[in-house]
Design a protein around this ligand. Structure first.
Ligand SMILES: NC(=O)C1=CN([C@@H]2O[C@H](COP(=O)(O)OP(=O)(O)OC[C@H]3O[C@@H](n4cnc5c(N)ncnc54)[C@H](O)[C@@H]3O)[C@@H](O)[C@H]2O)[C@@H](O)CC1
Ligand SMILES: Nc1ncnc2c1ncn2[C@@H]1O[C@H](COP(=O)(O)OP(=O)(O)O)[C@@H](O)[C@H]1O
Ligand SMILES: [K+]
Length: 510
């Protein structure tokens, strides 16, 4: 699903008005009308006190349209105009005129804290104070209203975007309305998926307001959301007349004293995501551990006998190499890593300590083969690209890094974002149960296994991130969040593949 930018949303509005030869107010009528229907379907006339807070722009206008429809259908509605500016938009004024025709209870105008109404926990709050037009911090008294809404614990339906949240920046130290549900128009907004802004949202739903299909189909967006529909299209079915050679040979260089589990997990995950052959490269001490825990995996060991990998030498020709889980960053391992990168021509998936070693010696980044996949968690990402001022700058820096080194950055998080060639692929699968040691090692194995099978590295990164999270989503039905462990994610990888073609996709939500 495409994630449109602010400019693209305004352009989609214009394209719709032109294509349908309608004034912009019709679009507001449509958006507000659909939002009303959403509420009406759920309330079915129940006598809930609805409090609609409207700004003075088009988001406020939507609120007035919702209010009018609710009044016409007999709901108990109180409408407030949050007068943060005198610059009322034309369509806001149109919506106000239409509302005044239908009710004698005109909206109350709020100009300061003294005007605030009480909000009861059983009220339904509809937040239409700011939409995507917010571009700087709201006035202090308006932020106090956001706080009042948040402290009320009333069910809060935010229209388009929670007020106080900007679509394209993080406004520091600013209050944001905490939405029970965001009913967003036509396209989810990138801010919903970033930790600094996404934390204000429990749930979101897209409301199709019928913007121009031609525009929506042809517009190229920087960001897109990856759900089951997108993942299905990336899946490569197994062939009847195939053999293990068809699905590639993966080599995983992982493990050190006390961290052999990382090697076991990544190797198992690699097998369970369909690689034809998997070889583990590890320390000599790791041999019995690996051979006992995963008999399907072949093992090649360092000729040294120490606790860490000191040399990376093998005489097989893998199709892809995953490197990093549990390696440690011992001096001898760093040296081995550097020597390995100098001669290696095989496609790479780099994680964990491989990333840490790259961060410590940035010159090594120039040795990476084109289209290497790097899978940093937020701390590893920071070591690679430096600090960022906010989540939007993080993405810009990740984009610049990926362009500089021609690599695919898998920025792991609650919503993992794959960054490549100026595009952001935002994953929708996964859950907080995955915040447990070893789940990243599993991802490394999955991505390596997919590249071995012939998925191109970008597809492997996007599709693999989805499958990894989906396996965890299915697993928690059995384990709960707390009971989920990385090993269980591996066990459910097969279910995640099967699930691609089971139920049709429900709208992805978080
Ligand atoms: N295609 C769509 O998505 C449609 C969107 N519509 C609505 O239009 C909204 C956007 O409307 P607007 O562009 O009027 O913007 P808003 O209603 O979000 O904001 C109102 C105005 O406040 C000003 N402003 C921004 N930050 C401020 C601050 N901190 N203090 C004071 N004033 C500030 C801005 O200049 C903006 O024009 C959307 O979020 C949506 O609700 C619908 O009406 C029609 C279709
Ligand atoms: N709250 C969360 N919601 C969804 N996915 C998560 C969450 N926390 C962690 N994950 C996922 O779990 C994995 C954790 O990786 P990482 O931090 O490298 O773990 P480890 O180093 O222990 O293997 C990543 O794929 C990340 O996207
Ligand atoms: K809003």
């Amino acid at each position: 699903m495409k994630i449109l930018s602010k400019d693209q949303i305004y352009a989609a509005d214009k394209a719709t008005e032109q294509a349908e030869a309608i004034p912009s107010f019709n679009l507001m009528e449509r958006a507000g009308g659909y939002a009303f229907q959403y509420i009406h379907q759920r309330l079915q006339g129940q006598p809930v006190q609805i409090k609609i807070f409207c700004g003075i722009g088009n988001n406020g206008g939507d609120g007035l349209v919702i209010a009018r429809n609710l009044v016409e259908n007999g709901y108990s509605v109180k409408t407030y105009i949050v007068n943060y500016s005198e610059n009322r938009s034309e369509d806001f004024l149109n919506a106000l005129e239409e509302l005044k025709k239908k009710t004698t209870k005109w909206p109350e105008v709020l100009k300061s804290v003294a005007d605030f109404p009480e909000i009861a926990p059983e009220d339904l709050v509809v937040d239409c104070i700011f939409g995507i037009g917010l571009n700087r911090p709201a006035a202090v008294w308006v932020q106090q209203l956001f706080r009042l809404i948040n402290e009320s614990s009333a069910y809060t339906l935010a229209i388009d975007i929670p007020s106080g949240m900007a679509i394209d920046q993080i406004i520091p130290d600013s209050e944001v309305v905490r939405a029970t549900v965001v009913l967003t128009f036509q396209t989810p907004k990138l801010a919903f998926f970033l930790p600094q802004s996404g934390k204000y949202i429990n749930n979101w739903e897209v409301l199709d307001i019928g913007l121009d299909r031609n525009y929506l189909n042809s517009v190229k967006t920087k960001a897109q959301l990856i759900g089951k529909t997108e993942a299905q299209q990336m899946y490569r079915p197994r062939q009847k007349f195939s053999h293990k050679g068809t699905y590639g040979h993966a080599l995983l260089i992982a493990g050190s004293y006390g961290k052999m589990g990382a090697a076991v997990l990544s190797n198992k995950a690699c097998l369970s995501s369909g690689a034809g052959l998997v070889t583990a490269y590890s320390t000599r001490q790791g041999l019995p551990i690996l051979q006992t825990s995963i008999p399907e995996v072949m093992v090649v060991t360092d000729r040294h006998t120490g606790d860490f990998i000191e040399e990376i030498q093998f005489d097989i020709e893998p199709d892809v190499i995953g490197i990093g889980p549990g390696l440690g960053t011992h001096k001898s391992t760093q040296k081995a890593f550097e020597e390995f990168l100098k001669v290696n021509k095989t496609p790479l998936v780099l994680d964990a300590d491989a990333l840490n070693m790259l961060s410590e010696n940035k010159a090594l980044l120039d040795l990476l083969p084109k289209y290497s996949i790097l899978t940093p968690h937020p701390k590893e990402l920071e070591r690679l690209i430096g600090e960022w001022k906010d989540d939007f700058e993080k993405l810009e820096k990740a984009e610049a890094f990926s362009a500089k080194y021609d690599c695919i950055l898998v920025c792991k998080d609650a919503h993992t974002i794959v960054v490549f060639e100026g595009n952001y692929y935002v994953n929708t699968s996964g859950n907080p149960g995955m915040a447990t040691g070893g789940s990243g090692d599993v991802l490394t194995g999955v991505l390596t296994g997919l590249v071995a099978q012939g998925y191109d590295p970008l597809t492997a990164a996007i599709f693999g991130s989805f499958i990894h999270g989906r396996a965890a989503d299915i697993a928690i039905n059995h384990t709960g969040y707390e009971g989920l462990t990385a090993g269980v994610i591996v066990e459910f990888l097969g279910q995640a593949f099967l699930d691609l073609f089971h139920e049709p996709e429900k709208q992805p939500q978080k």
